[in-house]
Design a protein around this ligand. Structure first.
Ligand code: HEM
Length: 261
């Protein structure tokens, strides 16, 4: 076994993998949040941003593959660490948990699994645009015009998507779990990096709590303000009418035949 493989299979090496992949995933989440907050501006703002990303397929696919590798490593290493912990302590601790462990730390695997399930739903919802799962209709029909070119209407997808109560609720629950997961994960990654001492630990915990709360508030504001019709209500009505008429046209002239008529 090479030295690198040996280190990666050790408990400390695995913790470094968790910390490294965790930092990069956190940076993605913050970047994604900043991009999504543009929904509070006019529709063209987030649509121009989304179109810019979509028009760079090499960058988008590079980021997708990178994220997949990061999530894969983060999840498999978490499962390996958890199995190794159980094997080392088959009886478990008496009472509620290990001495000094916080309630968040005991729920890392559980919150992580629900967040992974949320990401799968989220990809089907807003990236693959599966019509049967959004409670509205076929999002791939939502188009807008930017610089004379028809492009994907991401603003419409969001304002229509979060008017559906169970979608908004599911996103909120997932963000709450992400908040718990990040709050503990951010603090423990600094601990893995050897920064747990009486001077730094209170500051690290403050940073972890503040950063995870800021991410939660930022993401949660989106479904809440859309569901309460504070954002995009008129635009959503207009787009609902467009979707309805597109569906009616399709009922009369099936999509495949439309071009031949
Ligand atoms: C209120 C919360 C969120 C909203 C409104 C939102 C919105 C979106 C939208 C609109 C897209 C599609 C972008 C496009 O097609 O141009 C997207 C993609 C994505 N989101 Fe989110 N997102 C949220 C939370 C999250 C969270 C918490 C994560 C991860 C933990 C996440 C991970 C992703 C990923 C991996 C993609 C796929 C990017 C791609 O390959 O196209 N999102 N999101």
């Amino acid at each position: 076994m090479s030295t690198v493989a040996g280190i990666l299979k050790s408990s400390l090496g695995r913790k470094y993998v968790m910390a490294g992949t965790g930092i990069l995933l956190f940076l993605f989440v913050v970047g994604h949040l900043v991009g999504n907050l543009q929904v509070f501006g006019p529709p063209e703002l987030i649509n121009t941003y989304a179109h810019f990303l979509q028009s760079k397929p090499l960058m988008v696919w590079g980021a997708r593959i990178g994220l997949l590798v990061l999530v894969g490593l983060h999840v498999t290493t978490a499962v390996q660490l958890s199995l190794a912990n159980q094997a080392a302590r088959p009886v478990g601790y008496a009472g509620r948990g290990a001495y000094g462990s916080t309630w968040q730390s005991r729920y890392m695997l559980g919150t992580g699994i629900v967040i992974a399930a949320f990401i799968l739903y989220h990809l089907a919802h807003f990236t693959a645009l599966l019509p049967g799962i959004n409670g509205v209709g076929d999002f791939s029909k939502l188009k807008t015009v930017l610089h004379g070119e028809p492009v994907r209407d991401v603003y419409a997808m969001m304002v229509l998507g979060f008017q559906v109560w169970w979608v908004a609720l599911f996103y909120l629950v997932a963000q709450a779990l992400l908040f718990i997961h990040l709050g503990h994960g951010l603090a423990s990654l600094f601990q893995t990096l050897g920064l747990r001492n009486h001077v730094w630990w209170p500051r690290i915990q403050l940073f972890a709590r503040g950063a995870s709360l800021a991410v939660f508030i930022g993401f949660a504001l989106i479904p809440i303000s859309i569901y309460l019709r504070v954002v995009g209500a008129d635009y959503a009505e207009m787009k609902k009418a467009e979707l309805k008429s597109a569906a009616m046209v399709e009922a009369v002239v099936p999509a495949g035949k439309a071009a031949t008529h």
